[in-house]
Write a new protein. Structure first.
Length: 152
């Protein structure tokens, strides 16, 4: 295995240590957690939009867009690991999250969007259990929306 392949494989399989601040406590229908990465503090929130339907929102240092601060593979792997744990414990009917295609001031959204969408798809295939089907909505100009729908 070449060094580059090893680094990419390691990035996909190595996750940051993360903690949950709260998990759907009695006063709130959301899960909130985070971790420290080389790019900054990453916060993830799973908000229940409707009964059994959650939206996942995460960002680095409060920024939910593309930060280009590095370490994206390991951050994505950790976010997907958190989503997998959330899915296993909360057993929501649907999980929705978005992959931003570009920063607001960028014009090269097509290439970055496809690459980011591809990374998310591979991580979902690797870490999310067989309990969910994946639907991808790539029709938006600046984001790709992923829906994980619990199989019956």
């Amino acid at each position: 295995m070449r060094l580059f392949e090893f680094k990419v494989t390691e990035s996909f399989t190595s996750v940051y240590d993360y903690t949950w601040l709260h998990k759907n406590s009695g006063w709130s229908n959301e899960w909130k957690g985070g971790f420290n990465s080389a790019a900054g503090n990453v916060e993830l929130t799973a908000v229940e939009e409707d009964t059994g339907r959650y939206e996942i929102i995460f960002g680095v240092g409060g920024d939910t867009g593309i930060t280009e601060k590095g370490d994206a593979f390991r951050i994505f792997a950790t976010v997907i690991a958190m989503i997998a744990e959330f899915a296993q414990e909360a057993k929501p009917f649907q999980i929705k999250f978005e992959a931003q295609k570009a920063q607001k001031n960028r014009t090269d959204w097509r290439g970055k969007g496809k690459a980011r969408s591809s990374i998310y798809t591979k991580l979902i295939d690797r870490f999310i259990s067989d309990d969910y089907e994946v639907e991808v909505d790539d029709r938006r100009k600046f984001s790709t929306v992923f829906y994980l729908i619990r199989k019956s």
